[in-house]
Design a protein around this ligand. Sequence first.
Ligand SMILES: C[S@@+](CC[C@H](N)C(=O)[O-])C[C@H]1O[C@@H](n2cnc3c(N)ncnc32)[C@H](O)[C@@H]1O
Length: 340
Amino acid sequence: MAGSLRKPTLTSCSSSSAETDDEGVRGTCEDASICKRFAVSVGYWDDPYIQHLVRLSKERKAPEINRGYFARVHGISELIKAFLRKTECHCQIINLGAGMDTTFWTLKDQGLLPRKYFEVDFPTIVTRKLHCIKYKPVLSKPIVDLHSEGTLQIDGHMLDSKRYAIIGADLRDIPELEEKLKKCNMNTQLPTLLITECVLVYMSPEQSANLIKWAASSFGTAMFVNYEQVNMGDRFGHIMIENLRRRQCDLAGVETCKSLESQKERLLSNGWEVASAVDMMELYSQLPRAEVSRIEGLEFLDEMELLEQLMQHYCLCWATKGGRELGLKEITYSSVQGSG
Ligand SMILES: C[S@@+](CC[C@H](N)C(=O)[O-])C[C@H]1O[C@@H](n2cnc3c(N)ncnc32)[C@H](O)[C@@H]1O
């Protein structure tokens, strides 16, 4: 969530050269992970690992931001679990622009690990995460325990083990990305789930299309899950773009974030067979009632309109190709609700 009309929350960026454009994008990792850590500290959802990767913000995050993160994490996690159920975990997951994501550890606790879980982010982000993994046994032990044979491959920008790999690479450089994933034994024959959680919007439409096309052409059976901005052509969208631009953070891919249709169209015109998209207000309204009552009891939200405005500007999209025998196409929004 980049922010709301009440208070934009994207991390500040301070310079405008090509190098620092990326610095601004890398800064969004900090923003997302700090917001998630804060929401976890208030009790929105359980994540015993995030505290080992991210500091707790002294500043409170607004309730609509916390609820937004809750819906985002819930929606993505339900799609991941639906894919794991369909493939009976005989699959791989590639989280592109993973930041400080903790899904690998939580899936392990739930007995739902895929054959291998890959994360990719800029080398500097990976170095930071690797540092935490190296020095926090709660993070390193599951990786080591699952790595039965040989020594772990680890350097400053990469760790490769039997069930988990983290790779430093630029997602705009497809040959480099592919080479590094292959080096870590990415298996193009396995059903594969690719995730981009608030990542594509920081690339030009051409660059994100290339990434999506590469993903579709690399795997016979696959699903792509994307979370990011939508309905950005209105006043709220313009304010968000302006707020970020003032901080030298360009949403280079905002053009594709016009509507749910433009989001689906990008997937369908780049090799994916079936695509769906929902805005986050719609998703929020379909969340299990008991969960919504629980989280709405955590903090008072004076203006429901703030939540609605924010949530109508983010969406969850997913697309599949192949996997007819597994029923991947059946992973729809209603199955997300059903599994909640
Ligand atoms: C808003 S953060 C989201 C992080 C994580 N997906 C989450 O939702 O918690 C965007 C992430 O994408 C990464 N990213 C953006 N563009 C990238 C690129 N071209 N190559 C590698 N990583 C990129 C950033 O470094 C950052 O970690």
